[in-house]
Ligand binder design. Structure first.
Ligand SMILES: *Cc1c(COP(=O)(O)O)cnc(C)c1O
Length: 431
């Protein structure tokens, strides 16, 4: 491990030696008061690749030139658009191309997967998940449980951190799964927890779920494009994600899903159906009787949103060029440097609730403020930092290896330190 130094010269030397340094110039960087912002919110909305406009423009042009014929004769025929992202998406999540598909939005995909994989019976009806999951996921579980006529408080089991701790211990998750045993229909966790930044142990959680006969799925909203994933190898049944966080596909852009190959040709699996999931060879015969395609494609409902998919392809091109391995290497160093700089700070002001262990986190650090949280955050914003405030007291910062620099991290830590000191003075003058 490199011996870090708290200096701008040192940060710049890390940037100079960064094998991925050319990628930053392939993104648009937002400005605050005319100056390039320190953007640490790629966990919420990834930045725009410059290539996105070209890809979207090409589809607009194809639409202008060809009209409906674009489905067949556009450079990237719209009819096949869902296939163009498969190779790269599969690499990013550790899957086979037939196991992944870009479609819909995240919460919609979660519902589609719950419809298939949450099939409660009188004795096996529980969903095991983490406490404090993203609201949308909680609502999805609650409404699915109700759809089966079951009371949510009876069926949904949320695993909490131990008293005084902020993240879950894998052994506690595994034990809880064993305790509820064959009452569990489904285990669903985040990949990386959105609030704490904890990267769960997908392998052990999946094994534990399967050992009691349950299905196991993950919401990878904060994990995809951020941490290494091996969904196929770890036998995960399903996963869902959104496209606009680390995948940089644009606001509200197309999401995706993974369904393990072991389910690929199990056409008996119940699912919600639409014509785009129907056997492609006879899709346009408009006949009665749904025959799903094999693999993840068989869960598609509607024809593909080409404009949103086009900007995703632009971003995936960059992932393809950089490679997840190199991205993760830089990410570990970048976040490790941030952690080092934060630890040089006034520690009585905050606690970092994200696990310190590299294997248990992605790029995000969640800083829980012990005092003056909102004031400090407002000072950060005034100084050109774009970060993220989560009620009641957490500042989330996520240096993204594709476009953030060690200098960004250094400047952030400097501004943060100044803001902590200034907030102390503010408080004194208040008194
Ligand atoms: C961002 C995020 C969402 C948002 O859901 P959408 O359907 O994309 O609006 C849901 N769940 C998690 C865990 C998230 O991080």
């Amino acid at each position: 491990m490199i011996k870090f130094k708290n200096s701008l010269t040192f940060a710049k030397s890390l940037d100079k030696n960064d094998p991925l340094k050319t990628f930053r110039s392939q993104f648009y960087l937002p400005k605050v008061n005319g100056k390039t912002a320190i953007y640490l919110t790629g966990n919420s909305l990834g930045l725009q690749p410059k290539l996105a406009a070209k890809y979207v423009e090409e589809e607009l042009q194809a639409w202008a030139d060809l009209g409906v014929e674009g489905h067949f004769h556009a450079k990237r025929p719209w009819l096949d658009y869902h296939t163009f992202s498969k190779k790269t998406l599969a690499k990013i999540v550790g899957a086979k191309p037939m196991e992944v598909v870009a479609m819909n939005q995240l919460t919609v995909n979660l519902h589609l997967m719950l419809t298939t994989f949450y099939r409660p019976t009188a004795t096996r009806f529980k969903i095991i998940t983490e406490a404090g999951a993203f609201s949308s996921d909680q609502y999805a579980f609650e409404s699915q449980v109700k759809l089966h006529g079951i009371k949510p408080e009876k069926a949904i089991v949320e695993i909490k951190a131990r008293a005084g701790e902020f993240t879950l211990r894998t052994e506690d998750i595994v034990n809880e799964i064993k305790t509820h045993g064959d009452q569990i229909a489904l285990v669903v966790f985040g990949g990386v927890q959105y609030y704490s930044g904890q990267f769960f142990d997908l392998k052990r959680i999946t094994e534990a779920g399967h050992s009691v006969g349950a299905y196991v799925g993950f919401d990878l909203a904060h994990a995809i494009g951020n941490v290494p994933l091996q969904l196929n190898k770890h036998q995960v049944d399903f996963a869902v994600w959104c496209g606009y966080k680390y995948l940089n596909s644009g606001p509200g852009s197309i999401a995706g899903a993974f369904i393990h190959e072991k389910h690929a040709t199990n056409f008996e699996l119940p699912r919600l159906a639409g014509w785009w999931g129907h056997n492609a060879k006879e899709r346009f015969q408009m006949k009665k009787g749904f025959k799903p395609m094999a693999g993840a494609d068989g869960w598609q409902l509607s024809n593909f949103p080409v404009l949103s998919g086009a900007s995703q392809l632009a971003s995936l091109q960059l992932f393809q060029n950089a490679g997840m391995k190199a991205l993760r290497q830089k990410s570990e160093l970048l976040t490790e440097y941030l952690l080092f700089l934060l630890n040089e700070n006034l520690e009585d002001h905050f606690t970092i609730i994200t696990p310190k262990n590299v294997a248990e986190r992605g790029c995000q650090l969640s800083i829980m403020m012990k005092k003056n949280g909102r004031k400090v955050f407002d000072l950060l914003v005034k100084s050109g930092v774009i970060a993220d405030w989560r009620e009641p007291d957490v500042i989330r910062v996520a240096p993204v290896p594709l476009y953030n620099t060690f200098e960004d991290v250094f400047r952030f830590a400097e501004i943060f330190s100044r803001a902590l000191k200034a907030s102390d003075r503010l408080k004194r003058s208040d008194a």
